[in-house]
Design a protein around this ligand. Structure first.
Ligand SMILES: [Mn+2]
Length: 438
């Protein structure tokens, strides 16, 4: 990563400090403690799940690991209390001198109790984290434990990305792009899903636990299982649907590509090419002021035309959408906010203070109902699948004749198609953060 990226951290943190001052004042708190979090331990086990920090903590610092506390008090430098135990079971890498450390009043302690003693919360404090009982015991008043009004404001702020955050997401996209290209080579060489997955992680330089989500590596009909994570060992697929991202300094990328070998059914090949084209057309629509749900409606109309073009539907355009004919083929939302979380917060939030805008009744899985604004980062990911449980109700009855069932049964063994990129909304329109890399 270039030096400019590191330099962008200072303004990112200054913005956090400035925003926190306004938010604390508006919500009536004197200070807040952001908690990195507590490892999640499996029930009746002595093992923890892979640790993910509290995203509100990660918004301030890319410091890894649990238990750290960040004390934010207007007028003072943010105080970062790092818990660095002596331990021989797990690696305790020394902090070193990361580029971000100079922005904090940083101290290190040996355990969680010492961190809380250093934080010394009291009257007027708010706490944001997964251990409210621990925070209350340390002195955070009841009204300050994950207060809804404060969380709504913090969530809303996270939907507008700083230049530093955009650079992190783009770097995560560059890494994922390396993985996607290696995965494609492995697929074309006849590899199994597991081998393709290994090619992916090798090329990104990430172990599985560092990926922002469990990769979907689906050959043939597995592509129609939307969150297929099986990675079975069948090889020589004709179609690969791969949905995989990477992480950089706590920020995620999220990319999907669908590749086919030359011996695939030409109509399925046409679906892949058509999906790629329509996805780029949806990306072209992105600009400030556009309500995100319009992308969902446009995606359905374009998918209708695609299915009509390859002969799967006997009707295209808005007429097909109105009759609900595309619903079984694209049963998910066209995208979601992206950032520290793969499905980032506040997609349904009405305003900074909170509230919720529900998605349209016909599109219950649409993850953002916001109007596009400069600084937002989100995915665009139209798809089209042959999912028997969703198609079955149409096989008989009035609407059955709108479908070419011979074509559907011929194409279903190839699974489905999805194409996904990560978009930044800019003042002039948008920038595609992932296309340059795969
Ligand atoms: Mn996605």
């Amino acid at each position: 990563m270039d030096q400019g990226h590191y330099q962008a951290f200072g303004p990112h943190l200054s913005a956090r400090v400035e925003r926190a001052r306004a938010i604390l004042e508006d919500t009536g708190f004197a200070a807040m403690v952001l908690h990195a979090g507590t490892p999640f331990r499996y029930h009746a086990d002595d093992m923890d799940a892979p640790f993910k920090p509290n995203p509100h903590f990660a918004h301030w610092t890319p410091m890894k690991g649990p238990f750290h506390l960040l004390v934010v008090r207007p007028g003072k430098r943010p105080r970062l209390i790092r818990v660095a135990p002596e331990d021989y079971w797990y690696e305790q890498a020394p902090l070193g001198s990361p580029f971000w450390a100079g922005e904090f009043d940083l101290i290190q302690v040996g355990d969680e109790a010492a961190a809380w003693a250093e934080a010394a919360p009291g009257e007027g404090f708010a706490y944001v984290g997964d251990a409210p009982a621990r925070a209350a015991a340390a002195g955070v008043p009841e009204a300050g434990l994950n207060p809804e009004a404060l969380l709504a404001r913090l969530d809303w702020d996270r939907s507008s990305k700083s230049a530093y955050e955009v650079a992190c997401i783009e770097e995560a996209g560059r890494k994922a792009g390396l993985g996607h290209r290696a995965a494609r080579e492995a697929f074309l060489g006849g590899a199994s899903e597991l081998e393709i997955h290994h090619a992916y992680v090798q090329a990104t330089g990430c172990v599985d636990a560092e990926l922002p989500y469990e990769s979907i590596v689906a050959l043939n009909p597995h592509g129609a299982i939307l969150h297929y994570t099986g990675k079975r060992t069948e090889r020589d697929g004709q179609v690969l649907l791969i949905d995989a991202g990477a992480s950089h300094l706590g920020y995620a990328s999220d990319i999907t590509r669908t590749w086919a070998r030359e011996d695939v059914d030409p109509d399925f090949q046409a679906m892949i090419e058509g999906m790629d084209k329509l996805e780029l057309e949806l990306c072209e629509m992105v600009q400030p002021g556009l309500p995100y749900p319009e992308l969902q409606l446009a995606a359905h109309q374009k998918v209708a035309d695609l299915l009509f073009g390859v002969g799967v539907l006997r009707l295209g355009g808005q007429e097909a959408v109105s009759q609900g004919l595309t619903a079984p083929f694209m049963p998910h939302g066209v995208g979601h906010f992206l950032g520290i979380q793969t499905h980032d917060v506040s997609g349904h939030q009405k305003e900074p203070a909170g509230g919720r805008v529900e998605p349209p009744a016909e599109h219950p899985f649409l993850r953002t109902t916001r109007t596009i604004e400069q600084g937002q980062v989100f995915t665009i990911e139209p798809g089209c699948y042959f999912i028997e449980m969703l198609l079955r109700p149409f096989r008989s009855g009035e609407k059955s004749r709108m479908f070419d069932w011979e074509a559907i049964d011929r194409l279903a063994p190839f699974g489905g198609v999805r194409v996904e990129d990560d978009l930044l909304a800019t003042s002039y329109g948008h920038r595609n953060l992932t296309r340059p890399y795969v």
